[in-house]
Design a protein around this ligand. Structure first.
Ligand SMILES: Nc1ncnc2c1ncn2[C@@H]1O[C@H](COP(=O)(O)OP(=O)(O)OP(=O)(O)O)[C@@H](O)[C@H]1O
Length: 336
């Protein structure tokens, strides 16, 4: 087993709306990421994936607030650091985040090299402009990106190239953990493949140690990540290897998420194409018991009482009252 590069314990964070209501977007999340591993986070829209990513970065600016729990990155509990320490020691160096649609947020009036110069001004002020250029050009070349991109304006690049450039910029300080939020959405299949290859190259070449890949497309993660966690209503409801999660899901929500795949991939063609009826619960007032109960085809009275804790089965973790035998019995019956 590798060393733990990221350890998250009972993390709770929330948004405070203008009406002073709390949206419990990350509600008691626990997980560990080992060095060298890639972890996928999947779940429907609004289940808290992006908020989890922001929370891991320590980006607590209203309306997002920290409630409780720990975030330990490479041995440092970042919740014990000041905002200044976070900015200088952690952000970009230990952990970096590529938000959704980051490629569209690049200032169109600046050449790509300027974004890298700005990072270096903050983190390696001793470098001259020429040294920054040489370092950036070498990095781009190593990642099979043309150094000429550095002289371009964002709007001169194709969508796929812009996204790869954003990833190369975000990882320029060799962060231990890179979190990419929907990095392949809105890209054509060829560009998606290039983005995935780039992220694999970053890992293989040691520029990053571990990767967290967020998407609502569960099957995409099968090709990219070692493990997958599924989030539902602010909680992790299941974690296992990518293969287990895709082909042998335990939690009824993971099972339904697999069934709702719109474009079946090779080896998954037999799965039914059905949307998950209903909607996730309102995170302003989460229901007692299992949060998936209202949409679960196997729901029982006891699912709506108390708090549903995690179960550990072999090397898997899932949040359901029922054991694997019972769940698999239900699933087998359904297929007959
Ligand atoms: N600025 C905000 N103020 C209040 N609530 C918010 C804010 N941003 C997000 N939320 C709420 O927090 C919850 C989690 O949202 P989040 O964006 O983290 O989900 P997600 O799984 O990343 O969804 P998506 O895949 O659509 O990005 C949702 O209920 C959302 O409405």
């Amino acid at each position: 087993m590798g060393k733990n590069i990221l350890e998250v314990g009972r993390l709770k964070t929330y948004y405070k709306t203008r009406l002073k209501e709390k949206v419990h977007a990350v509600d008691g999340v626990d997980f560990v990421l080992e060095e060298g591993k890639t972890l996928g986070i999947a779940g429907e829209s609004g289940c808290g994936k992006s908020t989890l990513a922001l929370s891991l970065m320590g980006f607590y600016f209203p309306p997002l607030h920290y409630n409780s729990g720990s975030i330990v990155i490479n041995g440092t509990d970042i919740m014990k650091l000041s905002k200044e320490q976070l900015r200088l020691q952690i952000s970009g160096r230990e952990i970096a985040y590529i938000p959704q649609a980051a490629m569209n947020a690049l200032n169109p009036t600046l050449r790509i090299i300027r974004f890298i110069e700005d990072i270096m001004k903050e983190h390696k002020p001793e470098l001259t402009k020429k040294q920054v250029w040489d370092m950036a050009a070498e990095r781009f070349e190593t990642l099979n990106l043309s150094p000429s991109v550095l002289n371009s304006y964002p709007n001169e690049l194709s969508g796929g190239m812009k996204q790869r450039t954003v990833i190369a910029i975000s990882s320029i300080l060799n962060p231990k953990v890179l979190i990419a939020d929907e990095p392949t959405s809105a890209l054509d299949v060829t560009s998606q493949k290039a983005v995935i290859k780039l992220m694999k190259d970053l890992l293989a070449k040691g520029f990053i140690k571990s990767l967290v890949f967020i998407t609502h497309e569960l099957p995409l993660l099968y090709h990219v990540t070692d493990d997958i966690m599924v989030m539902y209503a602010g909680e992790i409801v299941e974690r296992g290897t990518a293969r287990q999660m895709i082909f042998d899901p335990l939690h009824p929500y993971t099972k339904k998420l697999m069934g709702s795949i719109i474009v079946p991939e090779e080896g998954m063609k037999e799965h039914k194409l059905t949307a998950i009826p209903g909607a996730p619960p309102n995170l302003k007032k989460v229901p007692e018991g299992c949060r998936f109960a209202d949409r679960c085809p196997y729901v029982q009275d006891q699912c709506r009482i108390g708090k549903v804790e995690n179960r550990v089965a072999d090397d898997r973790i899932y949040r359901c009252l029922f054991d694997t035998q019972t769940l698999k019995g239900w699933y087998d019956n359904e297929q007959e």
